[in-house]
Design a protein around this ligand. Structure first.
Ligand code: K7E
Ligand code: CUA
Length: 651
């Protein structure tokens, strides 16, 4: 009952909070320091100091911003088809979106995380979770393209992921929902005690970044929310919040808020490695897709893998411990020293901070307070590192600067609160507009934060921008955090819903950013790297057009002998070897997107002509003074016609 009252209280606070937004918004520019504009202004031609990688949430993509200007630099397609770049439309990238459920053109992304070496960001790759159909993607920071996607078996709602350990030994991906493992037909009401959950440990090849599902740890069928690997002294551990330890199956807003405390699960993955080494695992049959994009063939392949090694934490001692954490915790954040684990109890009045060294001591001395499914529950007081008393309403996430300060977001009271790690005193609070989710500081979840800027990502925009119908883009807000008090500098709109962002100094990435793909290294099986190889081949109803493009023509530009009922493959190679000169390709009537082909790259579009006539194609990217002339015609004849296949340019 108490819980229910508290929920009502929170709902009321939410309503009050949001109705009062309208006036605040109009006046908020008054809260800015006088020279805020100067401090975010990057003059034309100059570069931002940081890259910000903001997840796309329900857009399924990853957007790249310059910080502090808030300029959108690129949207990288990851889990969703993108007609702008032909991702998921051209033949080369379709396999990237393959799963054991078939081709899936969308997902929901929450947490980008940059690879690390020695606990510091190294700028090699960004990993990001696909929440809905559980997958982890790797984005290459030389090409800014999605290089790999791996599906996660025995998982549902891949939310507590994708977070890297301090030498990128693993990307760890946790399930959100408890489910039957293996999946089976059973009554939903029998959930309790009969579901399981999985944590997937994806090892990363340090040379090429390729992931491999090394093993899974099986845990009780609670719901799991957010996670962070330990760092420094807690390296080798992984911490994840649970909720719905009640194992309710309906009306979770009430039924999953009954227990006074849920848990943070502490997973000892070094111990897991020992068990694997000793052969104490079971190999289970399963199925998951592993998709890799090859930069030289410019083509992705999808492989279905068939088994996974499993360690069951309910049976193997020392693998997992539960740290009681008040009131449906959401965020689970580890400070730069690795000593403190902050649990953000959504319905808790205080912030609970666990101590890693106390946890080790409690484990050593078996200070247990019962067990759940064979997993020891540690005594709350014995692991408590500190409490931040009444910092705000609805805590979600915490990041850290390099001066021993923590910054926590409060969704309900719409604010960021700065507090001191160790003394737990509140140092500052600033409103956000409105209902902030995550926040991000460059390196703020590593051993080495760059505590210059903080970006808060808000769920509700309301009156912040010109209205655009019922939906407004979500808003990010940039704060200067170099002083004692945080200073709001800038609002900028975002793509989709940026739950989390990962930010890094620009100079760690920009010098190695790829400018062209070398034609000489093009190993695409259908590449045409010189005009002498331009040709068309018919194989029954399949017609393969080997085309080239360079300023300002497509070769060939006159094609005859195509028939209704043919399946036409345009294999097009961009012969340019200049930075930033892609050409596009669009075919009238193609049930497809354009192609946007980078210098030195080959891409393939499939077109099935349905109507007799002369049909145009053209370059879609304004590439030269004669871009508009970069076009061609295809004659489509009836299915039974005997028009000969022919092609030409300039005849
Ligand atoms: Cu809080 Cu999915 Cu990280 Cu959104 S999660 S805010
Ligand atoms: Cu090529 Cu426009």
């Amino acid at each position: 009952m108490k819980t229910f009252n508290f929920l009502i209280l929170i709902s009321a606070a939410l309503v009050i909070g949001l109705t009062s937004c309208n006036n605040q918004g109009q006046k908020s520019s008054g809260a800015l320091t006088a020279n805020a504009a100067e401090r975010t202004y990057i003059p034309p031609g100059e570069y931002d100091e940081f890259y910000g990688f903001l997840s796309g949430g329900f857009s399924g993509q990853l957007s790249v911003y310059g910080i502090p200007s808030g300029r959108l630099l690129k949207v990288i397609p990851v889990f969703s088809q993108d007609p702008e770049k032909a991702y998921g439309y051209n033949e080369e990238t379709k396999p990237m979106l393959n799963t054991t459920h078939g081709f899936i053109p969308w997902d929901d992304t929450h947490h980008p995380d940059i690879s690390q070496t020695n606990g510091e960001l190294d700028g090699r790759w960004v990993f990001m979770n696909g929440n809905n159909t559980p997958r982890v993607a790797r984005i290459d920071l030389e090409t800014f393209e999605t290089a790999e996607i791996i599906e996660l078996p025995n998982s549902a709602g891949n939310h507590s992921s994708a977070f890297v350990t301090e030498n990128t030994e693993y990307v760890i991906a946790g399930t959100r929902f408890g489910i039957p493992i293996p999946q089976k037909d059973m009554p939903i009401a029998d959930r309790k005690g009969n579901f399981g959950a999985s944590f997937s440990f994806l090892s990363v090849d340090q040379d090429n970044g390729e992931m491999d599902l090394s093993f899974q740890i099986r845990v009780p069928g609670f719901d799991y929310d957010l996670a962070h690997p330990g760092r420094g002294k807690s390296h080798g551990w992984y911490f994840v919040t649970t909720y719905n330890t009640e194992e309710a199956h309906t009306l979770l807003e009430v039924n999953a808020s009954q227990n006074d405390k849920d848990f943070i699960a502490a997973i000892n993955w070094k111990k897991a490695e020992e068990y694997i080494e000793n052969g104490d695992f079971t190999t289970e049959a399963t199925e998951y897709a592993h998709n890799i994009y090859d930069e030289h063939t410019h083509t992705a392949t999808s492989t279905i893998k068939k088994e996974v090694r499993v360690l069951d934490a309910r049976e193997l001692p020392g693998l997992v411990y539960f740290l009681p954490t008040p009131k449906s915790p959401h965020g689970c954040d580890v400070d730069p020293t690795g000593e403190y684990i902050v649990g953000n109890g959504k319905l808790s009045a205080d912030l609970t901070v666990h101590s890693f060294s106390k946890m080790l001591d409690a484990i050593e001395n078996e200070k247990f307070d019962g067990e759940a499914y064979g997993i020891p529950i540690l005594n709350f007081e014995d692991v408590l590192g500190g409490t931040v008393v009444q910092p705000g309403l609805g805590p979600l996430h915490t990041e850290f600067d390099n001066n021993g300060n923590a910054y926590t977001t409060f969704f309900i009271s719409s604010e960021v609160v700065k507090w001191k790690v160790g003394t737990w005193e509140i140092l500052d609070r600033k409103p956000t507009y409105y209902s902030v989710g995550h926040l991000s500081i460059p390196g703020g979840n590593s051993q080495k934060p760059w505590g210059k800027y903080m970006v808060a990502m808000n769920k509700i925009t309301k009156d912040r921008y010109l209205p655009t119908g019922p939906e407004m883009n979500h808003s990010a807000q940039l704060y200067d955090i170099t002083g004692d008090k945080m200073e709001l500098l800038l609002d900028f709109p975002t793509i989709g819903e940026p739950h989390y962002a990962s930010m890094i100094p620009a100079d760690m990435i920009m010098s190695k950013s790829k400018k062209i793909y070398k034609l000489a290294e093009n190993e695409h099986p259908h590449a045409t790297t010189n005009d002498g190889d331009v040709r068309i081949e018919r194989d029954g109803n399949n017609v393969h057009i080997y085309m080239t493009m360079i300023r300002s023509h497509l070769n060939p530009d006159n094609i005859e002998g195509i028939k209704v009922g043919d399946k036409v493959y345009f294999h097009i190679t961009n012969l340019e070897q200049d930075f930033d000169v892609p050409h596009g390709f669009a075919m009238m009537g193609a049930n497809n997107s354009e192609l946007l082909i980078m210098p030195g790259q080959t891409e393939t579009m499939v077109w099935e002509p349905k109507k007799v006539g002369i049909w145009p194609f053209y370059c879609t990217d304004f590439c030269s003074a004669l871009h508009q002339e970069m076009q061609g015609l295809i004659r489509v004849s009836p299915a039974d016609s005997d028009v000969e296949l022919s092609w030409s340019l300039g005849e």
